[in-house]
Ligand binder design. Structure first.
Ligand code: ATR
Length: 278
């Protein structure tokens, strides 16, 4: 039986074991998938032991995606371009392959719910690891991204990392009002990739970014509406979605990397919502 685990800190609330169990049941695969709590300075030891002791694949979550990237012997193209990985797999000679399925998972969900098209003009809130993991797939699809973040320097570092001046720009959070007024820019989609929702907060940004046709997507998800999406509705948005769909899609791409078969994510999303979100 192949053994998998998700590694993170915190990890208690991770839904990945449930999702991978649903995938495995759907495809008649027998596997074990557990949650492993990792003290902040112990990531390399714990992950190496896991693979030495027969682990076959791993998901990596906050705050270890960059560390996971650094321990890989090989990377997929998505892994290289993202600079962070959320999926590991043991390959020949006990080498570790790393992949990033967050970006493609988000893109897939945005396409399914019809929130995105090739020319979408996207405002991305946040410039941390979560933002970094999704930028490549979105740009590669053809969209333009403007990054806005509480700390400008972090936006600047992301811009430098991607070095794609054609499709990525950054603006200061305090300038957004003027930019929208003067340049009459309308964003088609706004993605919240900050970790503010975890603390029940909303990024302090001008509500002028919201208009009735904008799509609003929060990478965060919860049983109740997220603070960010509530804020969007309050300011006139009509089309909102949280990140449950992305959670399932990114997991499906990890599953595919490990098993070579893709689960039917629509069925799983329904099952998952029925069982765990009611
Ligand atoms: P993650 O890996 O989840 O992205 P991170 O690397 O710590 O975590 O990044 C968190 C992101 O959320 C950052 O962009 C952070 O802004 P700063 O760069 O200014 O720290 C953003 N963030 C967190 N809490 C926020 C809040 N209350 N309001 C606005 N932005 C917030």
């Amino acid at each position: 039986m192949k053994i998998f685990a998700i590694f993170g800190n915190p990890i208690k609330h991770s839904k990945s074991p449930i999702i991978h169990k649903l995938f495995a049941n759907q495809l008649n695969i027998i596997q074990q998938y557990k949650k492993i709590y990792v003290p902040i300075d112990k990531f390399n030891n714990i992950i190496n032991n896991f693979f030495k002791n027969g682990g076959y694949g791993a998901n990596i979550t906050i705050p270890f995606k960059k560390k996971a990237y650094n321990i890989c012997d090989f990377l997929t193209d998505r892994g290289i371009k993202s600079g962070v990985v959320n999926t590991l797999k043991i390959i020949k000679n006990n080498k570790i392959l790393g992949d990033n399925t967050d970006g493609i998972g988000l893109l897939k969900d945005l396409q399914k719910i019809k929130f995105i098209h090739k020319n979408s003009n996207i405002l991305l809130l946040g410039a941390g690891g979560a933002a970094k993991g999704i930028i490549y797939s979105i740009i590669n699809f053809g969209c333009k991204i403007t990054i806005v973040n509480r700390t400008y320097k972090n936006s600047y570092n992301l811009l430098k990392f991607f070095n794609n001046k054609k499709n990525i720009s950054i603006i200061k959070i305090e300038d957004i009002d003027n930019i929208i007024n003067n340049k009459k820019i309308n964003y088609d989609l706004i993605i919240n990739a900050t970790s503010s929702s975890i603390k029940g907060e909303v990024p302090k940004i001008s509500s002028k970014i919201i208009h009735s046709n904008i799509f609003c997507y929060d990478l965060f998800y919860s049983i109740n509406i997220t603070p960010f999406l509530e804020w969007c509705l309050y300011h006139g948005a009509k089309k909102i979605s949280d990140g449950i769909g992305m959670l399932i899609e990114q997991a499906a791409y990890s599953f595919f990397l490990w098993h070579g078969v893709m689960p039917n994510t629509e069925l799983i999303l329904k099952q998952f919502k029925k069982k765990y979100f009611f």
